[in-house]
Design a protein. Sequence first.
Length: 152
Amino acid sequence: MNADGWTRCAQGHRHWGLVGAAGLLVVHDGGGDRRFLMQHRSAQVHHGDTWAIPGGALAYGESVEQGALREAAEELADLPDGLAHITTFTDDHGGWAYGTVVVRSEIAFAALEHGWETGPEGFAWLTADQIAGTALHAGFAATWPAVLRAIG
């Protein structure tokens, strides 16, 4: 059941997703470079015109992993088979949390723009150094260093 809506955490921040939110960070190691699939966010979404990972509000009763995969499939149109779960990083704000589900893809698949949540620059496979120099969604920017450490 849908749990779209605004809520506040124990820290006083305003968040989208009444029961939390999740996103999918796809990692591809190929050609000597580790790259991450990033999404340019539409100007119409919270913290728009920034870069982050595909994701959104969890549904009632949905696991973080289920929600991240569902949201990514909605925003990417299709996900390839064979994604391997690496880890799930949780950013807990007290009463609200965002789960970053990290998966490995054997292929650097073409990510098609899908829907109004994706900005005009679409999707891109970026290195960690490229991500560091990009305008990021504030929540993603705050957790990115810890997520990167968790991946190893």
